[in-house]
Design a protein around this ligand. Structure first.
Ligand code: ARG
Length: 563
């Protein structure tokens, strides 16, 4: 039952305004003493040539109490509706208990394919905290879309092609330490890559050598291809450890190299459409009409680049998945690049270019300078994750040394702390990371919400049962009503998260639920209440746990059973 829609129906029957319009206008009042829903009469006033106050009074006078509405009041041009609390509480709790982890899901996206590209790390380069933010955000976004019924496809557009592989091969031949390569592949590959740049400054001939190697790679030279494949395998081995810790999976790893044989067609298409222009020997597409700089398609030596591969990838994705939306979760610094790609696709006549979306995000900064940076300014994702789990273990050893499954709990809570930190604010905002905030069990943090879940579980365990049926009219306090209202509004948050491509909406929402539950818990007895009240509160506790668990799982955060 959708109370808002029911109220809109009532209004729609009383005034000359379409149902959809009424739905759009209905607001949630800022204060609870102003009711649960409010309908502003200002638009009607213009059409009806009456004052909003008068219209509000007329509407409220005609609303009768029933199973939906308890009462309606006219205040300052608004009709404030107070919903029938008992009915509402009953309906919501029953729905949560019935649907379980499916609560808040919908069929909105049924039959629609949505590509979510995220992580897209670079072979032989560090998986740094920027990629970590990206991976966490993209993975959550995909889960949110899936919860809304979309058929999602998770793509990791690996950076596994380009002139840098020529440099890497040249560096490998000169400076590789095989033992280090087996032990810590990415560190070693990154070391020789950095060295290459240092040496090339002194000896520019190295650049020519690298170019020649990349050319060999493009031509499929067996030895060079084997090396490239080895770099890729070793890198993926390290990446997969990170993905495992994050519970992240992909449906496709089709990255840049996958398109190496699909670019000729793109260049051909651009040529036929007369979009290619000469610029000092290079080929570009002019984008002046969009007020952005031209995009380069072929370098003066005829080599393709990053952008060319992105054009090929978009076309391939449309053909393969016939996407409804093609979402690129990539740092905000690449927004011009995607603007250029999408504009070029539009010029090529692909009307679906409007279905391609770049979802940007901010940078990751560290307030604690101590965070181990092993090389230069790069902070490795692996180090941050290990430290999160390690620090959580220390807290557990200190606070609860006899806890069962300590390791498991430390992993869930440590990772939860990290994931929460990246998802608690809007994605455009830079993440300023401190361990103090991340691991603060009392503030807006993963552990705080997880702890609330655990608290609920332990109450249910102490009770020894959750009643199958309970008279929920015993949930009669305002704290309980406000808590249930938050459970009921969870669906709206999922919807908003999809519309805004913003998982933080859900993270905030479960935090609000946790706060409301703790307030309830601190004010009202559960296990010591009268039988009827106790049973109703146990059901409420179960429902709260279910919604918290679902919300956290959409963020990729697991819930421990104790901590
Ligand atoms: N590999 C790139 C990087 O780490 C990101 C790739 C983004 N995706 C794309 N389709 N261009 O910066």
């Amino acid at each position: 039952m959708d109370f808002k829609a029911e109220i809109a129906k009532k209004i729609n029957a009383l005034v000359d305004m379409e149902f959809e319009k009424v739905m759009e206008l209905i607001e949630i009042p800022p204060q609870t003493n102003m009711g649960d829903y409010a309908f502003p009469c200002f638009q009607l006033a213009r059409v009806m040539k009456k004052s909003p106050n008068m219209i509000a009074a007329e509407i409220s006078g005609k609303v009768q109490a029933d199973s939906i509405v308890e009462k309606a009041e006219a205040v300052g041009g608004y009709v404030n509706f107070f919903i029938n609390k008992k009915e509402y509480i009953k309906l919501i709790i029953q729905e949560v208990l019935e649907k379980g982890e499916k609560f808040g899901s919908s069929e909105e996206g049924k039959g629609k394919n949505v590509i979510v590209e995220f992580s897209s790390v670079n072979v032989a380069k560090p998986f740094h905290v920027g990629h970590l933010f990206n991976t966490i955000l993209g993975s959550s976004l995909e889960k949110v879309f899936r919860h809304s019924g979309y058929n999602t496809i998770r793509i990791n557009h690996l950076g596994d092609w380009g002139t840098q592989f020529g440099k890497l091969i040249s560096a490998y031949k000169r400076w590789i330490n095989e033992e280090a390569l087996e032990k810590e592949p990415i560190s070693e590959l990154f070391r020789i890559y950095v060295k290459f740049h240092e040496e090339a400054e002194k000896d520019p001939a190295l650049e020519d050598e690298a170019r020649a190697y990349f050319k060999k790679l493009e031509e499929g030279d067996p030895e060079v291809t084997m090396l490239w494949q080895r770099f890729k395998d070793l890198s993926l081995r390290e990446f997969s450890e990170i993905y495992e810790m994050l519970n992240v999976e992909f449906d496709s790893y089709a990255g840049e190299s996958f398109y190496s044989d699909k670019m000729d067609e793109v260049v051909q298409m651009l040529r036929e459409k007369k979009l290619l222009k000469d610029s000092n020997g290079a080929k570009i597409v002019d984008l002046e009409q969009f007020n952005i700089p031209p995009i380069m398609i072929l370098k003066s030596d005829g080599a393709t680049i990053y952008a060319t591969r992105d054009l090929a990838a978009a076309i391939y994705r449309k053909r393969t998945y016939d996407f409804y939306k093609n979402i690129y979760v990539v740092g905000g610094t690449q927004s011009l690049h995607f603007n250029q790609i999408f504009s070029t696709l539009g010029l090529m006549g692909f009307e679906w270019s409007k279905d391609c979306v770049h979802i940007g995000h901010g940078l990751v900064k560290f307030a604690d300078k101590k965070l181990s940076t092993r090389k230069g300014d790069v902070v490795f994702a692996k180090d941050v994750m290990n430290e999160a789990v390690h620090k959580t273990m220390e807290v557990i050893e200190h606070k609860n040394p006899n806890l069962e499954n300590k390791k498991e709990v430390a992993r869930k809570v440590g990772m939860g702390a990290l994931l929460y930190t990246f998802l608690k604010n809007n994605r455009e905002k830079d993440v300023v990371f401190t361990w103090e905030d991340a691991l603060n069990f009392d503030g807006d943090s993963g552990p705080y919400v997880q702890y609330t879940y655990v608290r609920g579980r332990s109450i249910l365990q102490k009770a020894g049962y959750v009643p199958d049926t309970a008279d929920l009219s015993y949930l009669s306090t305002e704290d309980e009503f406000q808590l249930v209202k938050l459970l009921g509004a969870f669906k709206d948050s999922v919807k908003e998260a999809v519309e805004r491509y913003e998982p933080f909406v859900i993270v905030r929402h479960v935090t609000e639920i946790a706060k409301a539950y703790n307030k309830f818990y601190n004010t009202h007895p559960i296990l010591n209440a009268d039988e009827n009240v106790k049973n109703a509160r146990l059901q409420l506790t179960k429902a709260v746990g279910t919604v918290i668990q679902t919300g956290l799982s959409l963020a990729g955060i697991e819930t421990p059973e104790n901590m």
